[in-house]
Design a protein around this ligand. Sequence first.
Ligand SMILES: Cc1ncc(COP(=O)(O)O)c(C=O)c1O
Length: 368
Amino acid sequence: MSMIPVANPDIGEDEERLVLEALRSGWISGRGPYVRRFEEELASWVGVRHAIATSSGTAALHLALISLGIGPGDEVIVPDLTFASPASMVVLAGARPVFADVDPRYWVISADEVRRRITPRTKAIIIVHLYGVPANMGEIMEVAREENLYVIEDAAEALGATVLGRRVGSIGDVGVLSFYANKTVTTGEGGAVLTNSNEVADMARLVRDHGMRPRYWHVVIGHNYRMTNLQAALGIAQLRKAEHLLKRKREIARVYVEVLSGVEGITTHPNPPWGEGAFWLYSILIDKKAFGMSRDEVMQALAADGIETRKFFYPLHTMPAFSAYADNKYPVSEYLSARGLSLPSGPKIGDEEVLYVAERIRSLHKES
Ligand SMILES: Cc1ncc(COP(=O)(O)O)c(C=O)c1O
């Protein structure tokens, strides 16, 4: 039986044509015109001076930290509920991740929680716009300015979300995107560092390319974090339809809201008053007592109906890789992680399929 997937890329003729053109041009590695063009178009789309294309979102996070000079002795505040790579990259940069609990209403970290986790060693905050929900960047930037901290916006899951009329990734000191296959805009694997700072951009470009300048003269220790021109060609085609992909995500969200809001025991995807969400993966919370079935039971029932869903991330502090940094209680992260479920929300899913998924969920409610 074919499943309705959680996410599927929308690859069309434009993508095929551009990738083939890049392939035939011979520009297949990291140096070349497609990467430059993708970077320019991406920077302009997000609204930043510089975009530095990378081999992944994780590489972009590592470059962001290195380019801000974050290293041994520094602490970086990271949400406890997130995909793990922001925390992993803090450790890899030689710094210490300090986990902050998330807000129960919006699933992302708040300015108040950031304030509670600041110590004299805090150097930066990584804000993750989880599942496309934008964090309150206005308030967070205020705290950061008062406390002299850098802000890295991990917008891997939130391309196109806005706060105060600006696209996320353009508001903090550095922004990060991922173009993994399940993201709203994809290059297969890939990512980008976004910034308005010439110095940060320059350092990110240097470290991305072995730390060499000029060629074969190494001025700093570097990595090979380059995106290929084949990936960039795919990205150029994807970016052309970014508005359409985003619109589709928001339409999908509307259908889910119509059917699921008001169902006892279900909390729908948050949409905070300070911005507009990107609804990357449309997600809900399921409360077993009020709904009559646990999140895991709902997941199994949907799988039996050919519907793929995905559990929320595990709280970072509970996992072996990060338990050494668990220095606090994280009740909200634990609460959300146990109840959160991401539903099919790829751009190619049709309205009938979304309705089918939403109605199947509603029908599982104990009273129906
Ligand atoms: C919040 C967040 N940050 C970073 C990443 C890492 O991106 P990538 O998979 O491109 O390395 C992801 C996942 O893809 C993510 O969800």
